[in-house]
Design a protein around this ligand. Structure first.
Ligand code: ASP
Length: 445
């Protein structure tokens, strides 16, 4: 087995942390401050200001234009300017014109959409490696996908271990790898987070630092709650619950590799490196002195399918038959709150388009012959999440009290026996008011 030093860190920088020369300087001082920050995973340059474009978006645009045989010169030179500005802003002796020419040629010769998108990280990686004095390591030789396009985690893990054991430090561009035939393949958008996570797993890093432009994971959506409290410690499971319900900082698929290896993730802010950020861990004894919950998240756009039938509870197979219909329509359900003679299935409203709504009703009628069936839209779900809720009495009461105080009707309640979360459903129009009221209750704003 290949051994790496036990205190090694893998550090990923997002696009906003590498948008221009000024940000590159901040990144260098972060790397220089800690020699255990050995492997660096960059994204492509992000937006420098509100009206700006991400380089990845420009690359997708170029690809679309090339496909339609349109002239890509204008957009392509904007991309090259972004990199040249960084190079000259840093005073580097680096000329990427040969790379640009090759990439442009490849785009005009049908090199593929993923190839085009991946060049954002590739070029940024070349610059960052030169600037830091680290080796440049192209992920296409070690991040591998199967022929069907799914990620080959085990082969990748072995290859990264083998390749990186030959480099004391290195810059590994995020977001892409290669197929068995060598063509470039990317993860989904935001996928550099995944690269960072799989590199961290392969070298058994002490920590995976994910540097971005916020001080950490917030306990509520800042567009809904003013200045929400930062989360200092969160478990992977809590993070999954909150991300699933709409909170986002880290790509969902980035959680699994590090979670599997028990490596903590530290979300940090490149613009305020003195902040400790958020630690994502398997387990923690940490309790926030101010609140029993870890966070609140939610979103609108759910529908409730309500099926009623007298004596339903004694009819064996009722639930299975209903769920079979949903499954056969290719829909995955979100929640199943049920009563004695009522079964409710909560689905995303968008999953009910293209005739599925009527088909589901008809097929459920045929399958279980209910007394009534209805589908109601306009539901918002709010999840109150916290590992410490298990120990605290009265959390559910406080959630309901907060919603009642806001004079809002709760349409649905769901609490798993793990007591990691309480989920309530309210009408879409009440979503913001209910979230704010719950937040006030638990964070005493
Ligand atoms: N540059 C890619 C994107 O914009 C990947 C990433 O930034 O993680 O989606």
């Amino acid at each position: 087995m290949i051994r790496f030093p036990s205190d090694i860190k893998v550090v990923k920088f997002g696009g906003s942390s590498l948008a221009d020369a000024g940000h590159f300087r901040k990144v260098k001082s972060i790397i220089d401050a800690d020699p255990t920050r050995a492997y660096v995973v960059p994204s492509a340059p992000g937006r420098r200001n509100d009206g700006d474009e991400k380089v990845t978006d420009l690359l997708y645009e170029c690809f679309r234009m090339a496909e339609r045989a349109e002239d890509i010169d204008g957009v392509f030179s904007r991309i090259c300017e972004r990199y040249d500005d960084i190079i000259s802003g840093l005073g580097l002796d680096l000329d990427l014109s040969g790379e640009y020419e090759h990439i442009k040629w490849a785009m005009l010769h049908h090199a593929g959409r993923d190839y085009a998108a991946s060049r954002g990280e590739y070029l940024n990686g070349l610059i960052l490696a030169r600037y830091l004095g680290f080796d440049f390591i192209d992920p296409s030789c070690m991040v591998k996908f199967f022929d069907n396009g799914t990620f080959d985690s085990e082969l990748t893990n072995t290859l990264i271990g083998e390749v990186l054991s030959k480099h004391k430090n290195g810059v590994i561009p995020g977001f892409y790898g290669s197929m068995p035939n060598g063509t470039i393949k990317t993860f989904s958008r935001g996928g550099s987070d995944i690269t960072g996570s799989i590199v961290a797993r392969a070298v058994l890093a002490e920590i995976y630092e994910n540097w971005t432009d916020v001080d950490g994971f917030l306990s509520a959506d800042p567009r809904i709650v003013e200045n929400p409290k930062k989360i200092q410690y969160i478990t992977y499971r809590e993070l999954r619950e909150l991300s699933y319900m709409g909170a986002s900082v880290l790509h969902e698929d980035a959680i699994f590799p590090v979670r599997f290896a028990g490596i903590p993730v530290n979300i940090r802010n490149t613009n305020s490196p003195e902040e400790p950020g958020t630690m994502i861990v398997s387990q923690t004894d940490y309790t926030d002195p101010d609140t029993v919950i870890t966070g609140i998240a939610g979103h609108r756009g759910f529908s409730i399918v309500t099926i009623e039938k007298a004596m339903m509870n004694s009819e064996t197979g009722f639930g299975r038959k209903v769920l079979e219909v949903i499954e056969q329509e290719g829909i995955s359900f979100e929640h199943l709150p049920s009563g004695i003679d009522t079964m409710c299935v909560i689905l995303k409203t968008e999953a009910l388009d293209s005739g599925k709504r009527e088909r589901i009703k008809d097929r459920i009628c045929k399958a279980v012959d209910p007394d009534s069936i209805s589908i109601e839209d306009g539901l918002a779900l709010i999840a109150v999440v916290g590992r410490n809720m298990v120990k605290a009495k009265g959390t559910a009461f406080r959630v309901f009290k907060a919603v009642a105080e806001a004079e809002i009707n709760i349409k649905m309640i769901d609490q798993g026996s793990s007591e990691l979360n309480i989920i309530i459903g309210v009408e879409d129009k009440d979503f913001i008011k209910a979230t704010r009221s719950i937040y006030r209750e638990f964070y005493k704003q």
